[in-house]
Ligand binder design. Structure first.
Ligand code: FAD
Length: 440
């Protein structure tokens, strides 16, 4: 009935501003029901999860990892690609700090028993570490931590040992929330742990991209959109956005353009910048401007071909970086290792070459036989994600004055900034927009 209703109306003209994963997901959800124009300021789509060129090779703006629990992301990739399996290396959850700790979830065991089994069989943790972790995991499955509590306070309140904090909880916190444990929201952390570890067995699986990030979704989404009449415009910087009597007006460099409705799929600071001329957006702008951000640094080190890590993803126990990925074993250039430094505000002053040297030295302490790297490249995203502290508030998902909707990785209440939050928010904004147009 809904579909029939839509077929009898002219297709609405809808603008999606921002072609990161949230804007792309929104456009994919809309394109069969609306005339979609996707406007992106950069020369390419993909936003914070895309390929970049490095001396003739493709690397990513930052190493990413997905989880089996990313349902909306896997669904939209399936929609544009058909088969997600070939895009990722799928591994049961594994935290491997060579020579120190190894915790691996068994492949064929239902959740949450797989977590208990992983703990029971973990190497490098004693019974006190394991018993404390089991108690905390059980507590998190039963009740939410207080809203103002930090992850460090949560770990202290539940008597976690030094090893459990250092090798399990704190690395998981920094990886999932991109925020140091003493600042991170315990409530958000608990939700992520519950979603990933306590529901389906496959939810905790790690999905490591086998290709560059643009090939995982943005390129496929572009093809999908253009095949269905969607218009994708890059180098289209939107400078202002406001609701009008007829819908939404966008101001670009040389003109204004009118649409029946729009989705603004920008990070908080960029959304606030274009909303300033909207009379009824003052409260929303205040919320958008209240976000703090955390950088993520990815250091690519090209070692001679044949250089391998013991696993595709390993934990690092030094002072700078948290994870190293063997890109060579994942389909990238042989010998290429990507090292990730999350919650990197503490390294604000560090520069590319000296940071690469320090990271190489850190890797070398773990693997003394490593040959010297041939070259390196450090990529820092200063606003990689919002800082996920207690009490971060989520902005409204539409303006009261007209059909202007919002998407982005900050738009899912109680969750950190991830690809899944971005994609889920894009789909929700598209559904809300279509429902309103249908009702109106
Ligand atoms: C280095 C790094 C590592 C990460 N690792 C992970 C990970 O392992 N797992 C995970 O799930 N998540 C990870 N994330 C987070 C994830 O990449 C983001 O949550 C997600 O990409 C955000 O998508 P988005 O669409 O909300 O925003 P964005 O990707 O920021 O998209 C917004 C788009 O809008 C465009 N734009 C801005 N202003 C304008 C304007 N005025 N007019 C037109 N266009 C405009 C921008 O150019 C951009 O393309 C990582 C992020 C970074 C940076």
């Amino acid at each position: 009935m809904e579909d029939l209703d839509f077929r009898l109306r002219p297709r609405p003209r809808v603008a999606v501003v921002g072609a990161g994963w949230s804007g792309l997901a929104a456009a994919v959800a809309l394109v069969e029901r609306a005339e979609v124009s996707l406007l992106e300021a950069a020369p390419q789509v993909g936003g914070r999860a895309r390929r970049v060129a490095a001396d003739g090779e493709s690397i990513d703006n930052g190493q990413h990892i997905l989880l089996g629990a990313y349902r909306d992301t896997l669904a939209v990739i399936t929609r544009v690609e058909g088969d997600v399996r070939k895009l990722f290396l799928r591994l049961p959850l594994e935290l491997h700090f060579p020579g120190l700790v190894r915790l691996r979830a068994p492949r064929h065991c239902p959740a949450p028993l797989n977590v208990a089994m992983a703990l029971a069989c973990a190497r490098g943790l004693d019974w006190r570490d394991k018993w404390g972790m089991l108690r905390l995991a059980t507590a998190l499955s039963l009740r939410e931590p207080p809203s103002g509590m930090s992850v460090s306070s949560l770990l202290a309140a539940h008597g976690q040992t030094e090893r459990a904090r250092r090798f399990i909880w704190e690395p998981l916190c920094v990886a999932a929330l991109n925020t140091q444990a003493h600042e991170a929201s315990a409530r958000v952390f608990a939700r992520v742990i519950r979603d990933a570890l306590m529901h389906g067995r496959a939810d905790s699986d790690l999905l490591i991209p086998r290709h560059d990030l643009s090939r995982i979704f943005p390129d496929l989404a572009l093809t999908y959109l253009e095949a269905r009449g969607g218009v994708v415009r890059t180098r289209a910087l939107v400078r202002g956005i406001r609701t009008t009597e007829a819908g939404v007006s966008l101001r670009l460099d040389d003109k204004t353009e009118e649409f029946d409705a729009a989705i603004c799929a920008l990070p908080p600071h960029a959304a606030a910048a274009i909303l300033r001329e909207s009379a009824d957006a003052a409260g929303l702008c205040a919320t958008l401007e209240s976000y703090d951000y955390e950088p993520i640094i990815t250091c690519y080190l090209w070692y001679p071909p044949g250089t391998r890590l013991p696993s595709p993803m390993i934990g690092l126990s030094g002072a700078i970086a948290q994870w190293a990925f063997d890109r060579g074993s994942l389909g990238g250039a042989p010998g290429l290792i990507a090292v990730v430094v999350s919650a990197a505000a503490r390294l604000r002053e560090a520069t590319g070459p000296s940071l690469a040297e320090s990271i190489d030295a850190e890797l070398r302490r773990e693997f003394p036989a490593l040959p010297p790297p041939v070259r390196s490249r450090v990529i820092t995203d200063r606003r990689a994600t919002f800082r996920c502290t207690p009490g971060v508030s989520t902005p409204a998902c539409r303006l009261p004055s007209g059909p202007l909707y919002f998407a982005g990785d900050h738009m899912i209440p109680g969750y950190p900034a991830t690809l899944e939050s971005a994609v889920r928010s894009g789909g929700s904004a598209a559904r809300l927009l279509l429902a309103d147009l249908l009702a109106g």
